[in-house]
Design a protein around this ligand. Structure first.
Ligand SMILES: Nc1nc2c(ncn2[C@@H]2O[C@@H]3COP(=O)(O)O[C@H]4[C@@H](O)[C@H](n5cnc6c(=O)[nH]c(N)nc65)O[C@@H]4COP(=O)(O)O[C@H]3[C@H]2O)c(=O)[nH]1
Length: 561
């Protein structure tokens, strides 16, 4: 059964962990997943700056191109305004004086002078009944027929956009007329300012009638829909063209320029060749930074969290021996952490890190899940045997563990008398909460012990406030029993204290027969240590217990009997 996450366990209760090795993800597959993750991260970190530089290249190319096209449109409008001004000025000069007749020599001379003096007017003249009677080019007798005006501009000029005069038969000219005074303009003058190899379309359109006055290339009707406000500009891409419409604030005119997008694409490609390598370098630097960050953040808690998900923890059990009979009466469950590469991480390294980082409750939960999966087989064959489980300060402070233990005792094959908890003396700090939690645990029928006794601050009175069944004397004090060390009497004092409080005593870390002998002589009932057995996996514990039942286990203890 899959290990549940803490939150899931909260909602659905304890889930017995599968037996060790039964379905753990193979280290190779974990490594493969990690490698895939790293490769994906590399692709992401590397490709983002490259993509960003390509986007930047496109953005720069486009806005540069829009700038260029807008300048064209503005230049066309400026030229148109200059032409319109010259036309207006010429009309005013001709109409500001009185002449003998509309085509008098005096007036023709003035027309000639105006024509010479203006840079954009091809000719000025006089129109009567749609005929050009005379102009700065001379008296045209009966007059040159022009046909009717196509439209009247908003400033009151009658406009004939495409007129052919006999003097310049191959050229369309634009004639503006006001009260008979005509100004003649070559339409190319509106647009001839554009010096560009990509042949942009440019031109000017009269508003609101939307009549093209001068157009080089094409003005697509759809562009009328994008008309900007007076004095404003509209920029857009229409198929193969980058288009800018620029509307005059003073004249009812719209100038436009539309350049092929090809030029923008060429500009973008050129830019991309510069920016993409730059993006690649940035990506590389980012990747290196990410790598070093990943290394830095792969601190123990980070790795531990992943290890919980990847199922790298398992249990070993160290027997606790009845010093009188030599029988193994219980065992302490000790957590082990094996990395995918086979390295074992010591619990005295990762347990403090788990306690500091708030992961310890998940570790405890994992221990309970493992016990839940492994213990029923043991208790089925040895119903009186007991397993003790280490609890940390956080377990004792929050009390969540009480629910988990209750769930554990509800599992088939696990009885409350089969379980004990060990609370380190350092874990007794949140006194009130711990007292309640220990009482609740004992109320379930589970025994409680104080572990590593002597290393903390517990005095006799302090100890008396907790409901516990036994004390485990820390190895440090067992090491010195029977020696001249200053702490050699501590174990004896603890033993006496425990007798006063009617608590069982377990001596930890017994390595020599003399220690066992000494402790047994002082009335210590239980012992644990390498003299008897090191921690072992459940199958080994079961095998040893089975053979003890046949009368062959517990050998080392006989030497102290
Ligand atoms: N030199 C020597 N060592 C002996 C001898 N007999 C037992 N030991 C070691 O002493 C430790 C006893 O466990 P502990 O005092 O609860 O001390 C434990 C306990 O505080 C913590 N720990 C281990 N498993 C768990 C767990 O599941 N939950 C929590 N919260 N803490 C755990 O890590 C500590 C170290 O555990 P281990 O490395 O397994 O170390 C174990 C055991 O292998 C001996 O004769 N000589």
């Amino acid at each position: 059964m899959r290990v549940t996450l803490h939150s899931r366990a909260d909602r659905h209760g304890l889930h017995c962990h599968r037996a060790i090795g039964s379905a753990r993800r193979a280290p190779e597959s974990i490594e493969a997943v990690k490698r895939i993750r790293i490769v994906l991260a590399a692709i992401l970190v590397f490709s983002i700056p490259v993509a960003a530089s390509l986007y930047l290249a496109r953005h720069i190319a486009r806005s540069t191109e829009f700038e260029r096209v807008e300048q064209l449109a503005r230049a066309v409008l400026a030229r148109t305004a200059t032409i319109a001004l010259q036309s207006q000025e010429a009309t005013q000069r001709l109409q500001g004086r009185t002449f003998e007749s509309p085509c008098s020599p005096e007036k023709l001379a003035l027309m000639w002078a105006i024509d010479l003096g203006s840079s954009y007017l091809q000719a000025v003249g006089y129109i009567q009944d749609d005929r050009l009677k005379c102009s700065s080019l001379g008296d045209h007798g009966e007059g040159i027929p022009l046909g009717p005006a196509r439209f009247v501009s908003v400033i009151g000029d009658s406009i004939r956009p495409q007129v052919r005069l006999p003097m310049v038969p191959d050229t369309d000219l634009l004639i503006a007329e006001r009260n008979g005074t005509a100004t003649v303009v070559h339409p190319e003058l509106f647009t001839d300012l554009v010096q560009s190899t990509d042949n942009p379309w440019v031109g000017v359109v009269s508003l609101p009638d939307r009549v093209p006055l001068a157009v080089r290339g094409d003005f697509r009707p759809a562009w009328h829909e994008r008309l900007p406000p007076e004095g404003g500009t509209a920029r857009f891409v229409d198929g193969d063209r980058i288009v800018v419409l620029h509307r005059s604030a003073d004249w009812k005119l719209l100038a436009f320029a539309a350049a092929p997008v090809l030029r923008e694409e060429k500009r973008m490609t050129a830019l991309a060749w510069t920016l993409a390598p730059l993006g690649a370098v940035v990506g590389l630097l980012l990747w290196l930074a990410l790598l070093s960050h990943m290394r830095a953040t792969r601190s123990l808690p980070v790795v531990m969290r992943a290890a919980l998900a990847d199922d790298e923890f398992f249990l070993e059990y160290q027997p606790i021996v009845d010093l009188d009979s030599g029988r193994w009466v219980s065992a302490e469950a000790l957590i082990r952490w094996k990395r995918p590469d086979g390295t074992l991480i010591r619990p005295d390294l990762f347990i403090p890190a788990a306690e500091d980082s708030g992961l310890i409750q998940r570790i405890t939960e994992r221990v309970l899940e493992l016990v839940c999966a492994e213990a029923p087989a043991l208790f089925a064959r040895h119903p009186q045997f007991r397993l003790s489980i280490n609890l940390s300060a956080a377990d004792l402070a929050t009390g969540l563990v009480v629910h988990r233990l209750r769930e554990l005792t509800n599992q088939p094959g696990i009885e409350p008398h089969n379980l004990a908890v060990e609370a380190t003396e350092r874990g007794l700090l949140a006194v009130d909460a711990t007292r309640r939690v220990l009482a609740d645990i004992r109320a379930l029928g589970i025994r409680a012990a104080i572990d590593d006794f002597g290393t903390g601050y517990s005095g006799l009175s302090y100890l008396g406030t907790f409901e516990v069944d036994s004390l485990k004397i820390d190895k440090a004090f067992i090491d010195t029993v029977g020696t001249d060390a200053p702490t050699s009497d501590v174990a004896v004092h603890i033993i006496e204290m425990a007798k006063t409080l009617r608590l069982d005593v377990v001596a930890e870390g017994i390595e020599h027969p003399e220690q066992a002998e000494f402790l047994r002589g002082r009335g210590v009932r239980y012992g644990q240590g390498w003299l008897f057995a090191k921690s072992m996996p459940m199958p080994a514990l079961l095998a040893a217990l089975d053979s003890a039942a046949d009368g062959s286990a517990g050998g080392p203890v006989t030497s102290v009997e």
